[in-house]
Design a binder for this molecule. Structure first.
Ligand code: SF4
Length: 453
């Protein structure tokens, strides 16, 4: 979600006359698009800001802007801690960034703009996409759930769904530009228009020319069987489901205010696998939530064994001030948390390795990416070695020749299918050169000002 927001920030700034600063050149502007989900993001931001402070001292025209969830959370206090920051903009204020930068240049004063809520989904913001053939499309922002560990609803607000017509318009425009893979984004995609997600999936999935459709993330509470049917019956929908588990213990799920239980979660997985036998299931798990006992943790391990996730994004519980869980009794000490995290990691690594090993010798259709790290249709990481005559954006049939827990290698490539995605990539390289726009971890967009005040 944040990376896509960075694309929107970059799109706005490019529209306002900025250009990308290439690696090695001195940028006139650095924008931090921050995340507040985990505590260490705070520390990272202030570390990076202090790194830029001397540059700011030497060059009065150099500007720094901080946006995203931390800006929404800390607001004025960012300027107190780092007074040389020019602009702080909230999660609902992306559209104002160019004007805020300009005002800060003219008034020679820091600008802070934080809106508490969004009236409508900001459908009209431009976007500078990281790839010519693969794109994210937001279907909603915000979340109506109240998970006790999560700071997202406080920072991103209540759920605002985007109009179906606007989503389809954006998808069609992207496909016309050569995009062949789209991922629909939302904090809780299944809540889209109260049960409207299956129909949206079918409609987007049948847009002519779209080869691959993915989505993230659904919430088990709102997961309905019509979504499984839409996944199974729409050929462009990839056989992958990323569905956060968070804990295998019903007691902890209740305390997390996650309104499903282990049985419901496992039931969804069973029905997905019955309808889509080759589906890959991935998940998110938090260990060390307040009050988690060894018996609760053992239940998480049991579910992991039973569910056989191809990958699990595991996290040690991170206390976020302002959330109900932050003040719960029985906070888990760091050593216990690290121990459980390590044990869960070992179990999941073994399962991931078993699943990847079973793919040795099998062939998959793979969408070639710029760095040749791509995904199987069921979302497992595959590396395509150099020396294969395929352009990023083309689709190849790759045979798996090497497998490890976290990646596989497609050492033999059979057919290469040239796609409009490959054409779009070639056209983009001709336009802006091979340097990809600098968006991604850690969501830092560097742009150079070529005109303006
Ligand atoms: S569903 Fe829960 S964890 Fe996900 S964004 Fe909403 S409140 Fe946070």
């Amino acid at each position: 979600m944040n990376v896509h927001d960075s694309e929107r920030i970059a799109g706005l700034l490019l529209d306002a006359g900025y250009t990308q600063a290439l690696e090695g050149s001195e940028p006139d502007l650095v924008v931090f698009n921050t995340c507040a989900v985990r505590e260490n993001a705070d520390n990272k931001l202030y570390g990076r800001l202090s790194f830029l402070a001397p540059i700011k001292k030497q060059n009065r025209n150099f500007q720094i802007a901080v946006g995203g969830c931390m800006a929404q959370k800390d607001q004025e206090s960012i300027i107190k801690r780092a007074p040389y920051v020019d602009v702080v903009f909230g999660t609902h204020n992306i559209g104002s960034l160019p004007a805020l930068l300009e005002r800060s240049r003219i008034e020679e004063e820091s600008q802070v703009e934080i809106k508490e809520a969004l009236e409508h989904f900001p459908s009209t913001l431009p976007s500078r996409r990281h790839s010519a053939f693969s794109a994210w499309v937001s279907i909603s922002v915000g979340c109506n759930n109240t998970c006790t560990f999560c700071i997202v609803p406080a920072l991103r607000g209540v759920e605002k769904d985007r109009e179906e017509g606007d989503i389809l318009k954006e998808v069609r425009a992207l496909v016309d530009q050569g995009v062949v893979e789209i991922t629909l984004l939302g904090q809780n995609v299944n809540a889209y228009k109260n049960g409207g997600f299956a129909s949206l999936l079918r409609q987007v999935g049948s847009v002519d020319g779209l080869e691959r459709l993915r989505f993230m993330s659904p919430h088990p509470r709102d997961f309905t069987d019509d979504v499984i049917a839409a996944m199974a019956e729409t050929p462009s929908v990839m056989p992958h489901l990323h569905m956060p588990l968070q804990s295998g213990s019903d007691r902890i799920l209740q305390s997390m205010r996650r309104s499903y239980r282990r049985e419901k979660y496992m039931g969804i997985i069973e029905r997905v696998r019955a309808a889509i036998p080759d589906a890959g299931i991935t998940t998110d798990i938090i260990v060390g939530f307040p009050g988690e006992t060894e018996a609760d943790f053992a239940q998480t391990l049991e579910v992991v064994e039973e569910a056989r996730f191809s990958a699990a994004y595991t996290f040690q519980y991170s206390k976020r001030p302002g959330t109900p869980a932050a003040t719960m009794p029985d906070q888990i000490d760091d050593a216990t948390m690290a121990d459980r995290y390590g044990r869960l990691h070992i179990v999941q690594q073994r399962i991931s390795e078993e699943i990847n090993d079973a793919s040795l010798g099998k062939s998959y259709e793979l969408l070639v990416t710029e760095n040749r790290d791509t995904r199987t249709p069921d979302f497992r990481l595959v590396h395509i070695p150099e020396g294969i005559d395929a352009r990023p954006g083309d689709i190849v049939t790759g045979r798996i020749t090497q497998a490890a827990p976290n990646f596989m290698v497609a050492g033999e490539v059979g057919s290469v299918r040239r796609t409009r995605g490959g054409d779009a990539h070639e056209a983009r390289v001709a336009e802006i050169g091979p340097e990809p726009i600098m968006i991604g971890m850690p969501s830092l967009a560097k742009l150079k000002l070529i005109h303006g005040s």
